[in-house]
Design a protein. Sequence first.
Length: 76
Amino acid sequence: MGKGSNTQVWKYYTVEDDRIRKVRRECPRCGRGVFMAEHSDRVTCGRCKYTEFKRKEKERVGKGAEEDGKGKRRKQ
Ligand SMILES: [Zn+2]
């Protein structure tokens, strides 16, 4: 029981660290030194207005519901 909990905590921190690294992006147009501003679903450059949309990861709960709904939908 205790071992399982420990593994989950380590996983959580690894994901968070990876997320922070991806957020701090430099503008592909302006080059080095110009960082993108973070928004909820996109990142934008305050200098040249370059915008790049983030890809939303599918939630585990939503994925399961989608598969279940698909099967029901095909039923005629
Ligand atoms: Zn830029």
